[in-house]
Ligand binder design. Structure first.
Ligand SMILES: [Zn+2]
Ligand SMILES: [Zn+2]
Length: 172
């Protein structure tokens, strides 16, 4: 799964993204996967079409952060809550309870991910003939991401490097 088009468009055209941190509420719907969650991260995204309040579940939050990092969109904490740090801690604490994952993706799954992506980078669209393609974890293993196909994405060498390790530098 990747970030839905609605959120992607909003992030692409945003001039400001801020976060208050983590929220707790019964039956909140994740704006990306539409699953019901009780714990969510909260972002405000603004652009010409107005402000959007986005609640995202634990699974979709890392994807959102990665997408913002790839697009060079800085996320600011607002209020006195130190929102982004709060979200980072929330993801870290939750990942501790996941069983151990290996970092290696088995070749058959890699192949499946590549076929699904039509042998193109899922970020910039470059093909395997133009750049080496890599299969990447959307939610990293260290954050509890799995090796299942739904957690894999195909990125070209440049996009993967541009993104690598930058999620957490987006805010303060
Ligand atoms: Zn979700
Ligand atoms: Zn690319």
């Amino acid at each position: 799964m990747i970030l839905n088009n609605y959120l992607q468009n909003y992030v692409d055209n945003t001039d400001w993204i801020g976060t208050e941190g983590v929220g707790y509420q019964k039956n909140e719907e994740c704006m990306n996967c539409e699953n019901i969650t009780h714990e969510y991260s909260f972002f405000t995204i603004t652009n010409d079409s107005g402000g959007l309040g986005a609640s995202l579940c634990k699974k979709c939050t890392p994807m959102f952060l990665k997408y913002c990092a790839v697009r060079n969109k800085k996320i600011e904490s607002y209020g006195e809550k130190n929102g982004l740090k709060q979200i980072q801690n929330w993801l870290r604490i939750n990942s501790k309870f996941k069983h151990k994952q290996t970092r290696k993706i088995i070749p058959a799954l890699k192949h499946e991910a590549l076929v699904r992506a039509n042998y193109k980078c899922q970020d910039c669209g470059i093909s395997k003939n133009e750049s080496p393609l890599e299969v990447d974890h959307i939610i990293s293993v260290s954050q509890g991401g799995s090796d299942e196909l739904c957690n894999l994405q195909v990125l070209c060498f440049d996009c993967n490097r541009a993104k690598h390790g930058r999620c957490w530098e987006a805010g303060n």
